[in-house]
Write a protein that binds this ligand. Structure first.
Ligand code: SF4
Length: 313
């Protein structure tokens, strides 16, 4: 079994980014927000301090090794189990990756630190930046994203608008709607005003499609997402739809995805949850069933538990 990666997950097929190699540069779960819908779980370390949480050189070296293992990538995507702009070496990481490959680099961020010119300068090294913006009023921002107390939404919107004026690459703005929290016409119209300032290349609407940190975070209907898309106008598209009646089929597909991933190499539960964009509890439940069935084997390596698909050939 090849040594497991520490910072790499996937590649995973992504609707937005094609075959995407994930790079997780932040410890779980360190974030500036504690979103009610977060699929990683509740934020236990909410902070604003930027640090070199992991070695830039080690991260870039792993990306180099992963590129050799997976030569057919559409994007390298920096994201993970927390907010990636909290890593103070983000700009050096992107530059290091771009010296290794011409595969475009995307960063998924919650955008809250874009008030800082250094963060904007780091992000400007990427080809695609996908910030999220779930609210345009402080009250709704507090309810949905439960920010660090020093974060003000009007300053964040200023930061996003400043980034637009400095960045020549693609900005894909993602808005996640939670039923009864940020889906009113009033908030949507406030968001529309903010979006006019940010001028993203794409506006992508999402909802709660995976188990959230708070069970009270409910999805909005596809119909409402489409209405909101019409209200926002322009380059808006719906990227996440909640299908209430397809749970069993989804579970079957999820089990197949887990096994497909584990056929490539052994992985830890956390890596799988990140790679598959699933909640850890769901991956754990599937693994329990797959191990009991004999499809997947569990191994302990240097004190850590790995799972691998049983070779059936
Ligand atoms: S959804 Fe993203 S921004 Fe929100 S708490 Fe989770 S990791 Fe942080």
């Amino acid at each position: 079994m090849p040594p497991p990666f520490s910072y790499i997950f996937g590649p995973v097929p992504s609707r937005r980014l094609g075959q995407s190699l994930g790079v997780d540069i932040i410890p779980s779960k360190l974030c500036t927000l504690d979103c009610v819908y977060c699929e990683v779980g509740t934020t236990d370390k909410r902070g604003l301090a930027r640090r070199e949480y992991y070695s830039v050189e080690e991260i870039v070296a792993e990306v180099g090794e992963a590129i050799r293992q997976y030569p057919h990538l559409d994007h390298i995507t920096i994201s993970g189990s927390g907010e990636p702009t909290l890593h103070s070496g983000l700009g050096r990481i992107i530059r290091g990756i771009k010296m290794l490959t011409e595969v475009p680099v995307a960063v998924l961020t919650n955008g809250t630190l874009m008030t800082d010119p250094e963060v904007r300068s780091d992000l400007a090294e990427a080809d695609i930046v996908s910030p999220s913006l779930d609210a345009a009023s402080q009250e709704v921002f507090n309810a949905v994203d439960r920010p660090h107390p020093d974060l003000r939404i009007e300053k964040i919107i200023d930061g996003l608008a400043a980034f637009r004026s400095e960045f020549a690459g693609q900005i894909w703005l993602e808005i996640l709607f939670v039923r009864g929290m940020n889906d009113s016409n009033e908030e949507v119209l406030r968001l529309k005003q903010a979006i006019e300032r940010i001028a993203p290349d794409r506006i992508q609407l999402n909802t709660v499609v995976r188990p959230p940190a708070e069970p009270t975070a409910l999805p909005v209907t596809e119909r409402r997402l489409k209405e909101i898309c019409t209200l926002l106008g322009g380059n808006c598209e719906v990227i996440g739809v909640y299908h209430e009646k397809t749970v069993t089929a989804e579970q079957h597909v999820d089990a197949e995805r887990v096994v497909a991933l584990l056929r490539r190499r052994g992985m830890r539960l956390e890596e799988m949850a990140d790679a598959l964009e699933m909640h850890r509890a769901d991956v754990a439940r599937l693994l329990t069933e797959l191990v009991a069935h004999g499809t997947v084997v569990k191994q302990v390596y240097e004190g850590e538990t790995f799972f691998q698909a049983r070779d059936t050939e």
